[in-house]
Design a protein. Sequence first.
Length: 285
Amino acid sequence: MRSVIKDVLSAIRVHQWTKNLLLLGAPIGAAVHPSAHNLNILLRGFLVFSLISSAGYVLNDWLDKEKDRTHSNKKFRPFAAQKLNGIHAITIIAMLIMVGLVLSAGLPRFFLIWIGLYTISTMSYSLVFKKIPVIEILIVAFGFLIRCLAGAALYDVYVSQWFLIVAGFGSLFLISAKRLSERKNYSSNETRAVITQYSEQFLTTVISVSITITLMAYALWAFEVVGDSAWGKLSILPVLLGVLRYLWHSESNDAESPEKAILSDPVIPISGVMTAALLVMAIYV
């Protein structure tokens, strides 16, 4: 029983729930008051998004189980390793969606719309679009953007165009760096066919463009939205540090798993905490 629970937790990728912290972006930027009521809404929204995203991970891993068995790392995933089967996949997905629906009761309508759109994009990615170059990258990046918009919908707050540009192109940077690591690290029989259709030069170009736009847009946002505070301007420095540090990881070919690359390097989380602290000072103080 304990082994099955461990495999289920591995299949739903709890460690990737950190991506859903993007829900915090718009509320913090709009200076939403951290009252008990607002924190309750945020926690429920975070859990709903995490559960729905996990359902997508389970579906994707089940569909990819045959290919994952030839991958040096992914072969240990529960479905690839045959520790879980199709019945488990259906049961887990159904349970995740049901619990998500229960927790979503009473949450804003537009948040639920974004959840629905995220679910559609995730399922369509797993079933169709993950085999199509460029489109598959954009859909994954769009998933990050939806998280930001869903966070704004939780409180019906305005989202700066600069914030959306940072979120969109920042996500494109992360995904492109991940694809570049996959392209460099694994042979054609290990990785998905779509990865082999990208050239390293193409992915490097996408990374360069996306990182440039991300940093420029963040700087403009910091000066325009929180420009009256020196704290907001100073936040540009830890953002630059974190982004360049992650770029260094991608050049070292160890950015295949963004969350692991980030958490394994203390500099990146520290830069994130510094950025958040400076923004809180600029917006709330």
